[in-house]
Design a protein around this ligand. Sequence first.
Ligand SMILES: [Ca+2]
Length: 279
Amino acid sequence: MMKINPGSHNEVGLTHKNVSTDQAIEFVHHFSHAINNNEMRIHFQPRFNLASGKADIFEALVRWNKPGIGLFYPEVFISDTENNGLIYTLDLWVFEQCCKDLKIFHQKINSSAKIAVNISVLACESLFYAQKIIEISEKHRINLADFEFEITETTHTHDIRKVIAFCKTLIQYGAKFSLDDFGTSQSPLINLCTLPIKTLKIDKSFIQNIGHSKRCESMIRLLTQMAREMNIVIVAEGIETRRQYQFIQDQGCDQGQGFLLCRPVSINKLTPPMLYISS
Ligand SMILES: [Ca+2]
């Protein structure tokens, strides 16, 4: 549980043990306040088509800009939002913000830009939640075909049949789905067979082991071949070195994402050269 105590850097920390009811209530209070008071920010990180070198799609990454303290990354607060149900509010807030930003992308950056939004598998159990997404997209007059939802696993158990129903509901409106962080313990292999996904994102832990672990390199090679056979787009995330970049290119990965190619930035800091991989 993240303990919030505004005004002191030292008093902000993570203590996942012995979470008291008071601490949980305190987190819910601060986080709800943050969402309602414009403290959340979205940065976009391009996913590049490795054949053309052009950014195909932009992943929306949420940050919490806590006044007087600074920027919190999702690793710090997402698990707490999952524990107390705020993840549903947060995911919808991000989606609605992205609907607004998509218009800016189309007008000022790239008329065919698409946005990838992270969505907790917990939210994907709810058809009511799917309906909320449809309502928001209609309210902003955007086409769900311009969105891909990256399903992120959690430590909570979930009903795969409900997740499939959720995906199929939004697919009818043109949305696409991907499996995020694939290959970690939180993304089981069976999901690849059962969920109607179009894209697979190889977890960064594999990419970071390129050059250090022959077994990880073999795994990337096999995942790429498997995705190709399944007609699934494969993405390498977390590319930070030229060696990693060269390796995933040699394997024929479709898309790449990572600090080496482009860091996440706010939409107003995205410039045309950032839409292409620089040589
Ligand atoms: Ca993601």
